[in-house]
Design a protein around this ligand. Structure first.
Ligand code: HEC
Ligand code: HEC
Ligand code: HEC
Ligand code: HEC
Ligand code: HEC
Ligand code: HEC
Length: 381
């Protein structure tokens, strides 16, 4: 219920369309501050440049332009425990053969759509315009004397209430096969305490599953506490309820009290002993689509197209097309670096998504795709 002095009539008379700012009031601050959790949603999206997000910057989309709503149900699934009021996708507006401009690349690009999520090529780095938190170690919290040190982005590495942090601007995503489903660890669910790292969320999918596509994720790593006897994650009471609060971690810096209170509210038993566990969370990257000309180039993924032989590995040379030029036209990391983006180590990459890590024998142009070898049967020399 709203506070007594809120004039509801005045509020009702001022209801208007939602905007990036209204949705962003909450969604830019996931994790307790700007850009912390959802790397691809930050205050940067209020007035993004075209290079930062082509829909919201280039074409001035509001959030609701894509997140179509009916009766206040906001479509779009999240990677964590989804409330799910319907799903949305790039294909709501673009076709599954989205490359139609008559370029010599259209044919191959449309072929790739069967195995690659659009954003694998169209959003090659995330948190482009604002560093995001990539490491959050709660076990280090509690040291009031430790002075936070600022990193190269001016972000603090420590907060005595929250623990130790790492930040990164413009990182390369983690790529994984994804078929639309996520594995999730829910409140009270037992985890394997012998596992060194626990995935709180992870994508379901595999190279052998035709409905899976290679999809970009932000990997959020951290350290959190599990109950040493019950083997489930502990929920601490952090924020003091009032001046009399005797258990809040952010007042007393005592984990034991904070866990006992938090678990009591969650109606789960706390054994009184806990241990710290490394946790990973996969956050799918859906926003920050770059302009078409900034999509990854053929060479940035296919090492085999790097040298003298490019398209003419398989096609006859053509007077009309400069093959070398087309295989190299793509994300310009040098220009991004010149504008201050932290992408130095990505310049010159030629196996961007790491084919072997995804289950290929190597570059598919040499070793074949997941279901077929090229009909032309290109032979390895
Ligand atoms: C160009 C289209 C587009 C625009 C504009 C857009 N989104 Fe999204 N968003 C998506 C897609 C696609 C998904 C994936 C949803 C799904 O799979 O059902 C998504 C997912 C999300 C999610 C779930 C993220 C997760 O993984 O947990 C949130 C939250 C979200 N969007 C908020 C916003 C907000 C806030 C804005 C405006 C600042 C916005 N979106 C603008 C396309 C868009
Ligand atoms: C008052 C705060 C608030 C505002 C304003 C808000 N949201 Fe949300 N939204 C949330 C919370 C909280 C969740 C659940 C987050 C979670 O589960 O991690 C959520 C979840 C979502 C999701 C994911 C749904 C799912 O399956 O879990 C989408 C998409 C989304 N919001 C889009 C929007 C859009 C678009 C707007 C503006 C029209 C908007 N939100 C405005 C707080 C807000
Ligand atoms: C609500 C409709 C809608 C959704 C959803 C949507 N787009 Fe678009 N997109 C458009 C429109 C409209 C344009 C501008 C006209 C055009 O180029 O077709 C556009 C343009 C583009 C462009 C070309 C940009 C340029 O001008 O250089 C790319 C690339 C693109 N979208 C990719 C995506 C990806 C990837 C997704 C999913 C994350 C997505 N779109 C989701 C409507 C949408
Ligand atoms: C293998 C990488 C790759 C994938 C996957 C990919 N694209 Fe593209 N896309 C490109 C490149 C490169 C261009 C620029 C084409 C050119 O300059 O000829 C482009 C151009 C576009 C354009 C501009 C129109 C045009 O024909 O040039 C749109 C819109 C677009 N892509 C949408 C999408 C959508 C939607 C998806 C997913 C269904 C997708 N793309 C998947 C690489 C990719
Ligand atoms: C984001 C990385 C990425 C980019 C960019 C990319 N590819 Fe690919 N390419 C792949 C993957 C992954 C496969 C394997 C798909 C499969 O398993 O069927 C592939 C397969 C191929 C194959 C087919 C191999 C076979 O056996 O059928 C050809 C040819 C090819 N790519 C050419 C290109 C060209 C030309 C471009 C530039 C327009 C390009 N690729 C851009 C990732 C990429
Ligand atoms: C590894 C071998 C291979 C490489 C490298 C390759 N292609 Fe292809 N390309 C094929 C094959 C095979 C086909 C026939 C259709 C299919 O299987 O996709 C094809 C089809 C095409 C088509 C459609 C032709 C038609 O008649 O419909 C175009 C255009 C094309 N390629 C252009 C290119 C360009 C431009 C490059 C370099 C950027 C390139 N290809 C690199 C193997 C290759």
């Amino acid at each position: 219920m709203p506070a007594k002095d809120v004039d509801l009539k005045m509020v009702a008379e001022n209801v208007g369309h939602s905007s990036r700012a209204t949705c962003g009031t909450c969604h830019f601050n996931g994790g307790g501050g700007d850009a912390i959790k959802h790397a691809d949603l930050s205050r940067q999206m209020l007035e993004p440049s075209r290079d930062c997000d082509v829909h919201m910057g280039g074409y001035d989309f509001s959030c609701a332009e894509c997140h179509k709503t009916t009766n206040h149900k906001v479509k779009g699934r999240s990677s964590s425990s989804a409330a799910s009021e319907g799903e949305i996708s790039c294909l709501d507006c673009h076709s599954d053969e989205p490359h139609y401009c008559g370029s010599v690349l259209d044919h191959h690009l449309n072929n790739h759509v069967k195995s690659l999520d659009c954003n694998t090529c169209h959003s090659p780095v995330y948190a482009k315009c604002k560093p995001t938190k990539t490491w959050w170690d709660w076990s280090k919290a509690g040291d009031k004397k430790r002075k936070p040190v600022k990193d190269k982005y001016g972000q603090p590495d420590y907060n005595y209430k929250k623990g130790e942090f790492k930040w990164k601007e413009s990182p390369k995503p983690t790529y994984a096969w994804f078929n639309g489903y996520m594995n999730r660890v829910l409140i009270g669910e037992k985890v394997d305490p012998l596992q060194e790292i626990i995935n709180l969320t992870s994508p379901v999918g595999s190279i052998k599953d035709p409905t899976s596509k290679i999809t970009p994720f932000k990997l959020m790593k951290g350290v959190q506490a599990i109950d040493a006897e019950h083997d489930y994650f502990l929920i601490p009471h952090l924020f003091p309820r009032d001046k009399e609060d005797k258990t809040a971690y952010w007042k007393h810096l005592d984990w034991d009290k904070a866990f006992a209170d938090g678990m009591d509210v969650a109606k789960l038993d706390y054994s009184g002993t806990f241990k710290w566990k490394e946790t990973w969370m996969y956050w799918r990257l859906e926003h920050e689509v770059m302009p078409a000309k900034s999509a990854l180039s053929c060479v940035q993924c296919h090492d085999s197209l790097q040298g003298e032989r490019t398209c003419n590995r398989c096609h006859q040379d053509s007077k009309d097309v400069d093959f070398k030029k087309v295989v190299n036209a793509g994300t310009n990391f040098e220009a991004m670096k010149a504008k201050g983006r932290d992408v130095g180590e990505l310049i010159g990459t030629t196996d961007y998504i790491d084919f072997k890590a995804l289950g290929y024998k190597g570059d598919p142009i040499i070793h074949g795709g997941r279901f077929k070898k090229l009909p032309m049967g290109y032979k390895k020399h």
